[in-house]
Design a protein around this ligand. Sequence first.
Ligand SMILES: [Zn+2]
Length: 351
Amino acid sequence: YTPHIMRLDLWKTSGHTNFYKESMFGAIEVEKADYQLKPMNCPGHILIYKSKLRSYRDLPIRLAELGTVYRYERSGVLHGLMRVRGFTQDDAHIFCTPAQIESEVEACVDFAFAVMKNFGFDNYEVELSVWDARHAENYAGKPEDWDRATAALANTMARMKIPYKKMEGEAAFYGPKIDIKLIDAIGRPWQLTTVQFDFNLPARFGLEYVGEDGARHQPLMVHRALLGSVERFFGILIEHYAGAFPAWLAPVQAEVCPVSEKVLDYARHVTDTLKRRGLRAHLDDRNEKLPAKIRDAQIQKIPYMLVVGGKEAEAGTVSVRHRSKGDLGPKPLAEFVDSLQKEVESRSISV
Ligand SMILES: [Zn+2]
């Protein structure tokens, strides 16, 4: 993890104090020096890269962290988990040679699609965010570098046969980017993945590597966040599934509901058996009637409720009830554990 506050000078070098000032909190004075809460993780990773001389043989270098960043948002725009002032980015920076950049970008985009598929999102829009040449003062770097970087991203998407929309003026101040917006269950778009081509920060920080020719060259950088903000991603997930998560994502996968205190020992055995297999089981050992236990588990949208009474204890079974499919009848405990484990391991998104 890179530090949460860093010297203000670093943010001057990166260009954040020029181009990103409105999204940053004010500087903090510590022992007569000015420090800045980090709005991005990039400079931290850049310093790690810079900590020793790199050779072309070391590249690409891929650094990742779950980094907490702080951005000044006006109180009026704060919104639940979706828009907050401090959040966690699944952030990575790839330092590579110009020859490697397109394949690195391609790998990031592939990775993003795989992650979204796993979480059950198959509806998204891809945007190529480019600079606005009429407002070059809002961006760092020369026009020809912007054109080259934009062409590289466009080529990559053409090769991957990904349709996209071009968004003028939506680039980061240091380079163009590919943004993936996912469309949730009720049709709203959410900004998620970003893959950014950066030729500016390596130059501003004087990054180098020793090439095959023995001379010093400047690497390029890819900024990559898949979920974007982890907090917002969880907000989107909760909304998308309306809280009824598929079994592999559910905080509790099976609620064990004994019909009376007499079968508590067997109910504990059922719960422990599930837990030993790595499944998230919870025992409802409250002194409540069965219908109340079922109702509460149903309200919590727990995928499976396992009813156990005297008959089940004797036969080594559980009476399975599914949150949306209803009563599935009695099943031998071992058989239920196997089938739930298979469902979880396959990351099935059926709810
Ligand atoms: Zn970055």
